[in-house]
Unconditional design. Structure first.
Length: 89
């Protein structure tokens, strides 16, 4: 939510920022960047390709800002992606 708020230039209360810093989950975050070859809009995914890329960049930066380590999952088949994640954990 913090990343989306930043993307939309929506100010957040400082207390929200402090809560995000206080309640840290696993520091490793598996991150799935937009994939041009399979990206399409639908009823749930309404962002253009450019908006999806901007959102992805902001979310990645926000994770880092809050001390998480985003690990970008490479594009590939589901089996390849699962294997990548399993080797990381």
């Amino acid at each position: 939510a913090i990343g989306y708020a930043a993307l939309e230039c929506i100010p957040l209360k400082e207390s929200y920022i402090q809560l995000a810093r206080q309640y840290v989950y696993n520091p490793i975050v598996f991150f799935f960047s937009p994939w041009r070859d399979i990206y399409e809009t639908d009823q749930e995914r309404k962002q253009s390709w450019q908006e999806a890329c901007a959102t992805s960049d902001m979310l990645f930066a926000t994770y880092k800002k809050f001390g998480y380590t985003p690990i970008e999952v490479p594009m590939g088949s589901i089996a390849q992606r699962v294997e990548f994640i399993l080797t990381q954990i």
